[in-house]
Design a protein. Structure first.
Length: 212
């Protein structure tokens, strides 16, 4: 369900606007998407097409070719999942229903990334340990997924979590799940990355045993 703050709503008296919002909530929407912040507890979606659409205009345009890159789409997907949200991508076909090749190419890239790293997205929760400067984090029970956007020159990252007695990690793209070197630091758990499994969009490390 979309809550769009249109001109007619803006002109409503405050009491009437409150009644309208109460009626919307009575419908018990699973998600209430809003253009501007609301004070109740639904997770809000920023619907600005400049940020989350495939191009600047809404839907298909025969003059707008400012396509977002596959990297931007994948990193937006990870970023929103790390905050507990779902990413609704605005992508419009042409008038005859054809999907433009630019959209097809980007969705194939996104799907290819998800085919390897989908477990780090599906069924996960928001980052429970705090922001990091190298990427984003999603979580499942007893497990963190570390999405590395900027590959560090030192080939290691630090996770701001409470280290348990045993912390293990591996590169998600590694079919053999060879363990990565982990150590404790004052800031949390330090994990040494393996560059042969680096992904140009977002590399993922699975960290088990961390506490938060």
């Amino acid at each position: 369900m979309n809550w769009k703050k249109s001109r007619s709503v803006n002109k409503c008296p405050i009491v009437a606007s409150g009644i309208l919002l109460a009626l919307l909530l009575c419908a018990r929407p699973i998600v209430l998407a809003a253009e501007k912040g609301l004070s109740f507890g639904d997770w809000l979606v920023h619907r600005n097409p400049n940020k989350h659409g495939l191009i600047i205009t809404w839907g298909y345009s025969d003059h707008d070719f400012n396509w977002k890159s596959a990297e931007t789409l994948i990193r937006n997907t990870v970023d929103i999942a790390s905050k507990g949200g779902n990413y609704l991508i605005n992508a419009g076909p042409t008038a005859d229903g054809t999907i433009p090749e630019a959209i097809r190419t980007r969705f194939l890239e996104l799907g290819g990334w998800m085919s390897v790293y989908g477990d780090s997205m599906y069924g996960t929760q928001a980052n429970p340990v705090g922001a990091v400067d190298w990427g984003r984090i999603t979580a499942k029970k007893g497990r963190l997924y570390l999405h590395v956007f900027g590959w560090p020159a030192s080939h290691d990252i630090t996770v701001p979590c409470k280290s348990a007695a045993v912390v293990t990690a591996y590169m998600m793209a590694d079919p053999g799940r060879a363990p990565l070197a982990c150590s404790r630091t004052e800031e949390g758990a330090s994990v040494a990355l393996r560059s042969q499994y680096q992904n140009p969009y977002a590399s993922v490390v699975v960290l088990d045993g961390a506490q938060w």
